[in-house]
Design a protein around this ligand. Structure first.
Ligand code: HAX
Length: 441
């Protein structure tokens, strides 16, 4: 398999590079941590490593060094499509190189070959109460696929440490191959007749997903590709990526690790924000019977803040500029359906809300994030069940976090175990800074 061979070829050099860095410079200070960071969710503490993506606060995400416009331009595309093969993006994340069309198609073919879902997964999902949240169904499905883990099987057979990455890659390919099918099944189960979707091996991952969702408009195929690419990775400190990495660091397999990450994605300050955001946009539309005036929108935004709520889709823990993932989706909408009322409202929100947040003076970043528009695009294509949106995010996020799992195993990254302190210890540390002599007494 092309991915196995390519990674195996890169590995000796990578292992040597990391070994040398740790051996020769392991005690170089990278960062210092303040009490504010210890109590403040470790914000900006530089304590993780990944070579798969990097978020520059002033620019946004780069996947393996490529910005979003570059990725969308350079990755190969299916015939007649404007958005690239998702398989090409997975190749880039795993390998660090832009694939040829053949290489992207080889990943797509692997996915099609591995897409069958074991019957017990469907049964587990069907056994759940009708009102179960789609994210609960999604994590349940991923967890129930764990019965198929190659990593777990080989580990129990006694595999060598330097082979760990191989079954991790197998599990990652199997898992990512199945996720669009599972997501589409959950959609059918929750909102339609519950029929089992079928993968067409002649279609790519994005197009297959669109067809399995039953969306007739062919534009949705491109949106699916764009959506999954944009949501794939956002370096390693965000909740879903970090959780997946943390759980994987215990040598739990990709199914355990990713289902844990999905549980983090289900929180409203993380992946659930996309459904919250669309709810907010629809609230505006209902309140004003369409696109409001700028003054009306400004007041609506202030009312949200004054009622003690956040404006979903705005702000970010790392970014300090508009999220390029927002920009890419906004451009998609402006080009393809500029007359859509929700898109027009989202565009006006983009003009007004940053001003309002600046006036309020709390949010460090008043600019939009990925979620400010993503729900409106789904809504345009009649995927209108808000609580399904985080599942879509999860399908995309699997690409980045599994690529990271493979490399974490390949480079032998150890179990994570940061150190915690007590409040008293922090108080003592503060006292010692104010009165440096205290230490010697
Ligand atoms: N509306 C109102 N207040 C906001 C705000 C927003 N959009 N963004 C930040 N603030 C507030 C915070 O609530 C915080 O208030 P308190 O001091 O009263 O607690 C203050 O501004 C400082 O917060 P911050 O340092 O700028 O932001 P954080 O790093 O703590 O949090 C969040 C980042 C994304 C969680 C935050 O901006 C937020 O809640 N945004 C709205 C929800 C949202 O869009 N989440 C999706 C983020 C993208 C993502 O991960 N998607 O999965």
């Amino acid at each position: 398999m092309i991915l196995h061979e390519k990674i195996a070829a890169q590995l000796p050099e990578w292992r040597e590079r990391v070994k040398k860095l740790i051996k020769e410079h392991g005690d170089v200070v990278v960062d210092q941590v303040t009490i504010g960071q210890v109590y403040g969710g470790m914000r900006d503490a530089k304590v993780m490593v990944t070579d798969i993506s990097y978020v520059d606060p002033a620019e946004g995400i780069r996947f393996r060094g490529y910005s979003i416009p570059e990725v969308l331009l350079k990755l190969p595309k299916p015939q007649g499509a404007e958005m690239p093969y998702v398989g090409g993006l997975y190749y880039l994340l795993l390998m660090g190189e832009i694939p040829t069309k053949e290489q992207a198609c080889a990943v797509e073919a692997e996915w099609a070959r591995r897409s069958a879902i074991p019957q017990h997964v469907y049964e587990a999902l069907r056994a759940m109460p009708k009102e179960t949240h789609p994210m609960t169904l999604f994590t349940l499905a991923v967890q129930s696929l764990q019965t198929q883990s190659e990593f777990a099987r080989r580990y129990h057979e006694g595999m060598r440490k330097d082979e760990y990455w191989e079954p991790m890659l197998e599990d990652s390919l199997n898992l990512t191959a199945k996720l669009p099918v599972i997501a589409a099944f959950i959609y059918n189960l929750k909102y339609n007749g519950g029929e089992i979707p079928h993968v067409d091996p002649d279609l790519d991952w994005g197009a297959n997903f669109a067809r399995m969702m039953g969306v007739k408009d062919r534009g949705y195929e491109d949106l699916a590709r764009l959506y999954f690419i944009l949501h794939s990775d956002h370096e390693s400190g965000n909740v879903s990526a970090h959780t997946t990495h943390l759980v994987g660091s215990s040598l739990a397999d990709a199914y355990y690790a990713f289902s844990a990450g999905l549980n983090g994605l289900a929180g409203p300050l993380h992946g659930l924000a996309n459904q919250e955001c669309l709810g907010w946009l629809i609230g505006v539309r209902e309140m004003f019977g369409g696109v409001p005036t700028k003054e009306q929108l400004r007041k609506y935004a202030w009312d949200t803040l004054e009622s003690g709520k956040v404006i979903p889709g705005y702000g970010h823990a790392v970014l300090r500029v508009p999220d390029p993932r927002f920009t890419a989706q906004m451009e998609f909408a402006r080009q393809r359906f500029p007359e859509d009322t929700l898109v027009q409202i989202a565009d006006m929100v983009f003009e007004i809300v940053p001003q309002v947040l600046k006036e309020q003076g709390k949010a460090k970043n008043p600019a939009p994030n990925v979620d400010a528009i993503s729900g409106a695009l789904q809504y345009h294509y009649d995927v209108r069940q808000f609580d399904f949106y985080t599942v879509l995010f999860g399908v995309g996020r699997a690409l980045g976090v599994t690529a990271n799992l493979v490399w974490a195993r390949a480079l032998g990254q150890p179990i994570e175990r940061p150190k915690s302190l007590t409040t008293k210890m922090l108080e003592e540390a503060a006292k010692n800074v104010m009165h440096p002599g205290n230490n010697q007494q």
